[in-house]
Design a protein around this ligand. Structure first.
Ligand code: 5GP
Ligand code: MG
Length: 183
């Protein structure tokens, strides 16, 4: 696996520090929610957000619920989004809840746009978006915005810390690019 790596974009240590800082920001925001803290719903987008979400949620000392959702956009070996589609059911009881979508990376924004509009149909109290990475795209800005962004990265295909290529490399602890012959 290590010989497939071309460049390390973000080290383990930088990820750890940044996730810590975002956790502190979120904890500050959540503690201002006046209502019952049990109205918090954290919604990691599977499978890419699982590592980020696992680290982040342990910094949030609230009585919250986790609701996993799946959105498919990069099937198999493709490296460009084919447009986002829900690949799981959304929870049906989001009315009045404070929902935080957690994803690995914001690219075109279609994953977040699709999820957000479906969540908003249920009249939640709020919907916020937290992503570890945002790509600075050559094609212009994304169609959806994130409220919390860990790192901005150049328009390159990355893996590690939850992100995959053809299902592999999710367990690599850094954000890296791959050699062309690994793709
Ligand atoms: P969007 O819908 O914003 O175009 O794309 C977001 C989704 O595409 C992310 O949730 C992620 O699954 C996938 N994605 C976007 N860029 C990359 C990338 O550089 N590497 C990997 N592994 N997945 C990506
Ligand atoms: Mg994804």
């Amino acid at each position: 696996m290590l010989r497939d790596i071309a460049n390390v974009l973000i080290s383990e240590e930088r990820i750890r520090d940044r996730v810590h800082a975002i956790g502190a920001d979120l904890a500050g925001e959540f503690s201002r929610i006046e209502e019952d803290e049990s109205s918090l719903v954290l919604m990691p987008v599977m499978t890419g957000a699982m590592v980020f979400a696992a680290d982040l949620i342990r910094q949030l000392p609230f009585k919250l619920k986790l609701e996993l959702v799946a959105v498919s956009s990069y099937p198999g070996k493709s490296m460009a989004s084919k447009g986002a589609m829900m690949a799981s059911d959304l929870p049906k009881d989001l009315e009045g809840k404070h929902v935080l979508i957690i994803d690995d990376i914001l690219d075109s924004g279609s994953t977040i746009a699709v999820l957000k509009s479906l969540i908003e149909e249920q009249n939640p109290a709020s919907v916020k978006v937290c992503v570890l990475l945002e790509k600075i795209r050559k094609d212009g800005p994304p169609i959806a915005k994130a409220d919390y962004v860990g790192f901005e990265i150049p328009d390159e295909f990355v893996v590690g810390y939850g992100l995959d290529y053809d299902g592999y490399y999710r367990n690599h602890p850094e954000i890296v690019t791959l050699h062309e012959d690994a793709l």
